[in-house]
Design a protein. Sequence first.
Length: 155
Amino acid sequence: MNGAPAVLFVCLGNICRSPLAEAAFRQTSQAAGLKVAIDSAGTGNWHVGKPPDPRAQATALHYGVDISNLRARQIEQADYTRLSHIMALDHENLADIEAAAPRDTTAHIALLLDYVPGREGQAVRDPYFGGDGLFEETWTDVSLAASALTEYFCR
Ligand code: 4NP
């Protein structure tokens, strides 16, 4: 890879799962001294310009990351060449990302949990319509991914 990796986490709304993935990876990569650019986006546009869901903000803050300054955006064509890696939180996100990929795509596109040994092929469950417990589950999953990614990019 030329230069530092640049990772884009992508879910549906960019207000729950991908901001948490961004938060967890920011924390883990910084602690490891890994130089990496980190961003997130949604495949949908319903929440563009909005801060993360209050439940996601509370969960991140509980684990030491303030994500109140993040604002949702939709994935755009330039992301496919600007970022080195685009990571989908679930299978629907992955299919939508792949379907919208321009011909000149250079980013490596994959399911996030494919980077986690033993969790390959699995989705990070959408917590939006669930209870607070689901946000804990989201944090557990994205934290595992953050550690695995840190190891992956450091080696
Ligand atoms: P996210 O969660 O994709 O993890 O940000 C969702 C946010 C909003 C909706 C669905 C999922 N929604 O239907 O508005």
